[in-house]
Design a protein around this ligand. Structure first.
Ligand code: NAI
Length: 702
């Protein structure tokens, strides 16, 4: 049963029990209405308490039902709320911990509400491209006032119950319990109190009957619309939140509900909403590995060692300090250690200055940090992460040392971005304990973590590092071993297309603008300037040896020959003013591109933004299809997660493969065939990957 029914004297208690967050799936909804009927039929019951077991009152809709007929099967949430409202005995919602989305809408159907302090209250539907669809936009303004309610609905952010209980005139909570522990007792007492009040048939209060007005309605909603327009950009839901709350102030309750419903359903069909829901599920699915069951035993990670205190080592260290896990950093020389620690301090101090970190927290974090020059000091760490120079000889020396000193069962991880993790594992006598943990720069900021599974990596190591990733607030995706793993292997093709576009007639600015309009956080050339153009240069030099028949534009090499490595040298594809990140177009670079084009005998043509976007995005898609077919990625949605959290792909497009699905794989393949005919492009690359070709032919999606 996903809701339990118990009678305590004259009060019936219906307890939602659908772990992990009491999602309002079909069986839970059925159990609630069954409980209400039972209570209604029992003459001994005078009042009903509706509450949640475990971690939540209710987190809202059950995501496992997304897109299935169960989601709307009767009793749907609207019907359950109606059943609560229509119960002739007072219903008291007793909420603790999490009360979100449909959970809050359910509570708003109750006659009374009591909350524990510390409860997270939210209507987060906007984050999935939706508005609340079970009365949230109509009832919340009636209990909180229009402005407070609209702020919550448009942001989707949780607000603490004790904050809400303090709002003047609020009717959301009739009572705030003294503590989460006393909530159950206090709810029973409160239910008895209201039962006595209504014993003589005195009408039960309903939120729907409360007035909903704003004293300067038109002006306020105009203001709200302008605010939201600036914020929402390509997201369709926020302006609709404003419309729906305005409807609550202008229409009768039933008409407002109809308006909310219609808006909700229309949004449900937008590609943005589909993409956001895809991403929501994809992010949660990424931590699941097909052949590593959830109950796989895990190793305990209480302490960490980091080898190398450079750019990555420092950022990686901060992640663990932030999570309260002690870190010992090892370097070859004292001055490198000092520099690394100073950078960590500087980063934290900047956060303190901005008010993002309290001074005592800062000290607490720094107290977890220690340093050493000797391998003999780190042997007891549960996990060691290597972030030294990207040279296989250096990695070999380090892993041999680690093999010598680390205690049995310690996990040995490498942050390598290009080297073969199997080879690195082979430097040790314990390849089963070796794994790749590929962080993204800046490692203390970027959410993505590629977990690189070697041929011999043990399952419990995989299970453990996925849990560690969660602890340090990263979104982890598993990748097999290949050059560049998932993300960088794809970006190489994207970069190659960027080069061809310059040769054929684009400027870096035109390409970047087109991609940024599409929604990328940064176009490819601004991204190159940020990451350092020398990195791509080094990779290309290797490729010229390994794959002499692979086609490349030489423009980026010419740029690097000028020393224009990007932001770190103050000049790359663009110019940069010290301390600022604004990209300023540079006439010499544009001239360099033109000269190179002339030297190649190419007559420039005007290239549309549409072609730019398609060539760049579909190059990601084609490489991704190879990656998927080779089993480097476990599932298509993992690749989408990599691109959203590691490469600034627009969230409302749900990742490159979701975007390809939206465009239609048939159309994607047609476009590739067109690109293959362009003599200045790489016809071989544009042969659709077999998996893509097959799916397109069968009318399927990734
Ligand atoms: P870095 O040059 O900033 O730092 C490397 C540090 O390792 C230096 O402080 C150096 O003194 C130290 N080191 C070198 N050999 C050592 C040894 N034998 N024992 C102890 N310490 C040693 O390099 P960065 O950028 O931090 O890169 C480190 C690793 O992370 C590389 O494998 C790189 O491919 C990878 N990586 C880099 C990313 C980036 O954006 N910079 C992104 C993802 C991975």
């Amino acid at each position: 049963m996903t809701a339990e029914y118990q009678v305590h004297g004259d009060v019936a208690v219906i307890t939602l029990n659908n772990p992990p967050v009491n999602g309002l799936g079909l069986s839970t909804r059925q159990a609630i209405t069954a409980g209400l009927e039972k209570a209604e039929a029992d003459p001994a019951v005078k009042a009903i308490v509706l509450t949640g077991a475990g971690k939540a009152f209710s987190g809202g809709a059950d995501i496992r039902e997304f897109g299935s007929p169960k989601a709307i099967q009767e009793p749907n949430l609207l019907s359950v709320i109606l059943a609560v409202e229509n119960t002739s005995k007072p219903v008291v919602a007793a909420v603790h911990s999490v009360c979100m989305g449909g959970g809050l809408e359910l509570a708003l159907g109750a006659h009374y509400r009591i909350a524990a302090p510390g409860c997270n209250v939210a209507l987060p539907e906007v984050k999935l491209g939706l508005i609340p669809g079970a009365g949230g936009t109509q009832r919340l303004p009636r209990v909180l006032g229009v402005e407070a309610a609209l702020n919550m609905i448009v942001s989707g952010e949780p607000v603490k119950s004790e904050m809400l209980a303090q709002l003047p005139g609020q009717k959301l909570f009739d009572k705030l319990a003294a503590s989460p522990e006393s909530l159950a007792e206090e709810a029973l007492a409160f239910a008895r109190e209201v039962a006595a009040k209504h014993a003589d048939g005195f009408a039960l209060p309903l939120v729907r009957n409360l007035p909903c007005k704003h004293k300067d309605g038109d002006a306020y909603f105009q203001f709200a619309r302008n605010m939201v327009k600036g914020m929402a950009k390509n997201f369709p839901a926020p302006p609709k939140c404003v419309d729906a709350v305005e409807a609550a102030t202008k229409k009768k309750f039933a008409d407002g509900m109809a308006f909310e419903r219609e808006t909700f359903i229309n949004l449900m069909w937008t590609p943005e909403c589909r993409s956001l829901r895809h991403l929501f599920v994809a992010e949660r699915a990424a931590s699941k590995i097909p052949d590593v069951p959830e109950d796989t035993p895990q190793r305990s990670i209480q302490s960490v060692a980091v080898i190398g205190a450079g750019t990555m080592g420092g950022g990686i260290t901060m992640n663990f300090l932030n999570a309260g896990i002690p870190v010992k950093v090892l370097e070859m020389k004292q001055d490198a250690l000092d520099r690394g620690v100073a950078t960590i301090r500087k980063n934290y101090e900047a956060q303190v200055k901005k008010g993002k970190l309290k001074a005592d927290k800062y000290e607490q974090r720094m107290s977890l940090l220690s340093t050493t020059l000797s391998y003999d000091d780190i042997g007891l760490a549960d996990l060691v992460i290597e972030a030294v120079f990207e040279e296989i000889g250096v990695k070999e020396a380090v892993f041999k040392e680690l093999d010598r000193v680390m205690k049995p069962g310690a996990i040995l991880a490498s942050n390598t971005s290009t080297l073969d993790v199997n080879k690195i594992a082979s430097f040790t006598q314990r390849p089963q304990d070796v794994v790749g943990l590929h962080f993204f720069s800046p490692a203390n900021v970027m959410k993505l973590l590629e977990v690189v599974r070697g041929e011999k990596t043990a399952k419990d190591v995989m299970a453990t590092v996925m849990t560690v990733a969660k602890k340090i607030k990263k979104t982890a995706v598993v990748s097999g071993v290949c050059d560049g793993f998932i993300g960088n292997r794809m970006i190489e093709q994207y970069g190659r297309q960027g080069g061809f576009l310059l040769d054929e007639g684009c400027t870096p600015e035109q390409v970047d603008k087109a991609m940024e309009k599409f929604g990328m956080a940064m176009g490819p050339f601004r991204m190159g300037d940020l990451a350092g153009n020398d990195i791509g240069w080094a990779i290309r030099k290797r490729r010229y040896q390994e794959k002499p028949d692979m086609k490349y534009s030489k423009t980026a090499d010419l740029l690097c020959e000028k020393g224009r490595f990007g932001q770190k040298t103050g000049a790359g594809w663009y110019d940069y003013v010290p301390g600022k990140r604004d990209a300023i177009p540079n006439a010499e670079v544009v001239q360099m591109i033109e000269d190179h084009r002339k030297a190649l005998g190419i007559t420039p043509r005007k290239i549309s933004d549409e072609e730019i976007v398609q060539r760049l995005v579909f190059s990601l898609v084609n490489e991704a299809a190879h990656i998927l077919e080779e089993g480097i990625a476990n599932k298509a949605s993992d690749i989408d997660v990599v691109y959203i959290f590691g490469y600034g792909f627009p969230v409302y497009r749900g990742g490159p493969l979701n975007y390809a699905n939206e465009v239609g794989l048939f159309n994607v393949v047609q476009a590739m065939k067109r690109f293959a005919k362009n003599p200045l492009d790489d016809a071989k690359f544009w042969q659709p990957a077999p998996l893509l070709a097959r799916l397109a032919e069968e009318g399927k999606t990734f």
